[in-house]
Design a protein around this ligand. Structure first.
Ligand SMILES: [Zn+2]
Length: 366
């Protein structure tokens, strides 16, 4: 137990919490950029049984962010290399490797033997399937994603809070560039995956334990980091009453793999206040600030849709056609990026957000 001394000393953990981790099981779907740090920290923390699902092999281009792997692992199935690395780190941990792609067919068999599920995938198609499967089989899901410099983590658990489809009802339509075009700094995946590991540990300890110890899992809360400025924000998410998945009877949920697309890439353009001003009259401006912030100035004719509303209510964009150019802004350009990314996910094809927000607009155009 000397191994875990540093965490057992925490009143939120203690010997009993450590025992809980030992008897818990976590399944990580995807052993890549998010899965690498998540798996390392879960094994190090002493989670008793860890499953990993991935059908890919280690490639040299993975090493920039997938810290589980070494140069000598190239060509080896990721689950095999990961299992070896995790076993070296903590031999007390039972590692179960599944060299397959998570699919509608194997979902039940994979999920049923685990307490907590981590989504370590990087594409919409898998994220929707994992969500639907977790709702159907009643599993808590620790969701994570990175879009450039923006990381998002949340915990979805039907019956206890909203699901991923309450946030994004359906996979995005329209052109989504392929995954190789998407850029990412490895440390961004490190941050998101590490936060996922922490949330998985809270969920493994259990909701009652968390409540008693003042630990608040991100259940029904979306955590957003914009690493360009290091600003963070948490948004309350709400269950959508007409959600096609978590409002349905679990036995009626049909698991389907959506068409392949890449979630790591966003089409959101960063534009300056000056360039945004040139597009007045041609683009629809959306102000995603809270009502009380509007007194500090508004862009004429901008629609006001607070970010929480935009994210939680599909109808909030009303009758704006998806081919309409849209420019999103907020106070400083943090929330606007999330709002703009959401519009891309909803299928809008020409979406920009104003770098620096209304503050920059006022500075440059006053
Ligand atoms: Zn839902």
């Amino acid at each position: 137990m000397n191994r875990y001394a540093r965490q057992i000393v925490l009143p939120e953990m203690g010997q009993e919490g450590q025992e809980r981790l030992k008897s818990a099981s976590v399944l990580c779907i995807g052993a890549g950029g998010l899965g690498s740090p998540a798996l390392l920290y879960l094994a190090a923390a002493g989670v008793g049984r860890i499953g990993l699902v991935d059908d890919d092999a280690v490639d040299i281009s993975n090493l920039q962010r997938q810290v589980l792997f070494k140069e000598t692992d190239q060509g080896t199935p990721k689950v095999e290399a990961a299992k070896a690395a995790l076993a070296e780190l903590n031999s007390e941990c039972q590692i179960e490797a599944y060299f397959e792609r998570f699919s509608a067919e194997n979902a039940e068999a994979l999920l049923k033997n685990y307490d907590v599920i981590i989504d370590g995938t990087d594409n919409f198609s898998s994220k929707f399937l994992i969500n639907d499967a977790c709702v159907k089989f009643g599993k808590p899901l620790v969701y994570g994603s990175i879009l450039g410099f923006v990381a998002q983590v949340s915990v979805f658990w039907a019956g206890h809070g909203p699901c991923y489809r309450c946030l994004y009802p359906k996979p995005p339509s329209g052109h989504i560039p392929n995954c190789a075009e998407a850029g990412v700094i490895g440390a961004m995946a490190g941050i998101a995956g590490t936060v996922q590991a922490l949330e998985a540990i809270k969920m493994a300890l259990g909701l009652e334990w968390c409540k008693e110890k003042n630990l608040e899992p991100l259940l029904g809360t979306l955590w957003i980091l914009d690493a360009r400025s290091m600003q963070t924000k948490t948004l309350k998410l709400h269950k959508r009453h007409q959600c096609a998945v978590c409002s349905a009877n679990p036995s009626d949920i049909v698991l389907e793999q959506a068409e392949e697309s890449c979630a790591a890439k966003t089409d959101v353009k960063n534009i300056s206040a000056e360039d945004a001003a040139k597009r007045m009259g041609k683009a629809v401006f959306i102000d995603v600030r809270e009502a009380h912030e509007l007194v500090s100035g508004r862009i004429p004719k901008a629609l006001h849709i607070p970010l929480d509303t935009l994210l939680s209510n599909e109808d909030s964009v009303g009758d704006i056609a998806s081919d309409t150019p849209v420019i999103v802004y907020c106070q400083h350009g943090i929330r606007s990026f999330s709002g703009a990314s959401h519009l891309v996910a909803l299928g809008f094809r020409d979406v920009a957000h104003i770098t620096g927000g209304i503050v920059r607009w006022k500075d440059e155009l006053a």
